[in-house]
Design a protein around this ligand. Structure first.
Ligand code: ADP
Ligand code: MG
Length: 262
């Protein structure tokens, strides 16, 4: 990772909402380098600016100070694709048409080749036999699988995920984390995954970036080298969890936002 420019370089980024001098300074200063192919988890108390940060990665918001640079290495691939916490499927389209939507909307639909790609990800996410269904016939987990299939089908260089599994129950959350990790191990796109669930980050991240409460800065960065699928009761992960909780404790003790289930 060292000695190589990052896929994503976040350089002195601040975000002030409203008046630049007297407005609300949500993000104070974030510096971060994310390597190509890395799976990075960003964790922080609720309201600290996680969504604001990832929206800036997606180009949906602009930094008030500093810069975000994302290397666009392959002009045939979109730079980013975003997966949100809330459902984002179109209710009037079938599962298959929803999964194809990203590719069609980006104007890169290549007929049979694209259809094959969409079908591949429908299969990978277990949705192929539901391809003629409408989203309201799917469970919450299946809807998030559909968002994942749609995003992967566009073959983005960077996959941006903002608390994608937050609405799921614990068991489904774990299943989705493992499925996502398996897909990522096959494709190795860079993933920026936002969560307020420390165990989720411990389960899937190559690194965990811990943000402070607002005005937000990077509090700590932890590297995880455990093989996936991970055992969340692994003693080393227990130690890291306790250590992170000790760090969070003083900063967010009255904020249940950053809480692990353990
Ligand atoms: P998180 O995702 O970590 O919960 P957000 O990024 O959604 O936090 O919000 C960070 C802070 O910025 C919050 O206090 C929120 O109210 C504020 N905020 C977010 N978007 C806007 C906006 N468009 N205008 C003003 N304040 C905003
Ligand atoms: Mg958010």
């Amino acid at each position: 990772m060292t000695g190589k420019a990052g896929k994503i370089e976040v350089d002195g980024v601040a975000k002030v909402f409203g008046d630049p001098q007297r407005g609300f300074r949500a993000i104070d200063k974030v510096d971060l380098t994310i390597a190509d192919g890395e799976f990075i988890c960003i964790v922080g108390p609720s309201g600290c600016g996680k969504s604001t940060l990832i929206r800036m990665f997606a180009g949906l918001e602009h930094p008030s100070e500093g810069q975000i640079r994302i290397a666009h290495d392959n002009p045939d691939r979109p730079v980013t694709a975003m997966i949100f916490q809330q459902e984002s499927a179109f209710p009037w389209l079938t599962v298959a048409d929803n999964a194809a939507y990203g590719l069609r909307a980006s104007g890169t639909w290549k007929g049979a080749e694209s259809q094959e790609r969409v079908d591949y990800f429908l299969q990978k996410t277990g949705l192929y036999s539901f391809r003629d269904f409408r989203p309201d016939q799917l469970s919450g987990g299946m809807k998030q699988r559909l968002s994942i299939a749609r995003a992967f089908a566009t073959n983005p260089e960077v996959l941006l995920m903002d608390e994608p599994f937050a609405a799921l129950d614990e068991q489904n959350k774990l299943i989705m984390q493992e499925e996502l990790a398996t897909l990522w191990e096959e494709f190795r796109s860079t993933v920026v995954f936002i969560t307020h669930d420390l165990d989720e980050a411990l389960n899937i991240g190559d690194r965990i970036v811990l943000l402070t409460r607002k005005p937000t800065t990077v509090q700590r960065i932890i590297e995880l080298d455990q093989q996936r699928p991970r055992d969340l009761n692994d003693p080393e992960l227990d130690r890291i969890r306790a250590d992170l909780h000790a760090t969070i404790g003083t900063d967010a003790e009255d904020d249940p936002g950053v809480a692990s289930s353990k």
